[in-house]
Design a protein around this ligand. Sequence first.
Ligand SMILES: CC(C)(COP(=O)(O)OP(=O)(O)OC[C@H]1O[C@@H](n2cnc3c(N)ncnc32)[C@H](O)[C@@H]1OP(=O)(O)O)[C@@H](O)C(=O)NCCC(=O)NCCS
Length: 155
Amino acid sequence: MATSRPSITLRPARPDDLPDLLAIEAASFTGDRLSRRALRRWLRVPYGRCLVAERAGAIVAYGLASLHRAGRVARIYSLAVAPGARGSGLGGRLLAALESTARERGYAVARLEVPATNAPARALYRAAGYAERERLPGYYEGGGDGLRLEKRLDG
Ligand SMILES: CC(C)(COP(=O)(O)OP(=O)(O)OC[C@H]1O[C@@H](n2cnc3c(N)ncnc32)[C@H](O)[C@@H]1OP(=O)(O)O)[C@@H](O)C(=O)NCCC(=O)NCCS
């Protein structure tokens, strides 16, 4: 018998999503995690744009961008998909949705940092059109290098 997969909806995060966001964060990163306090703040500040992906009532991914008023560069601040939901296009969808908000608000460029050793994330960003701009030695908590990537949103 054919089974249908529950559909996924993207929506802005709400304050009561915080425990789910923290669980995804814990399952996705070993260092440089966003704390409860930091995440709560991101949900409140006007320049924070946080989207969640919901499947059958459960949050399975989130993406966070920093869109400062009058800025030209939108920062993709965090992107994480729960381990059981990876590989089905959610990371790409969330990233595209954040970019589209940034574009609508007049941002010309999206920028992000990624650990040089994070092959899945680097592949996702490459597929989404990001180019390496700078290497950031010792950028992460454990001393690992980062890469700064950028994509033009107005091209
Ligand atoms: C990186 C991450 C967000 C990707 O999310 P995802 O939903 O699994 O990614 P998608 O299914 O949207 O994949 C989009 C593209 O990314 C690339 N990609 C994703 N996972 C990959 C993997 N494990 N290996 C190689 N390429 C991968 C592929 O190019 C893929 O396109 P394809 O499916 O057509 O081949 C997810 O693995 C994750 O949450 N990792 C832990 C947290 C993290 O590293 N976040 C990024 C911090 S900078």
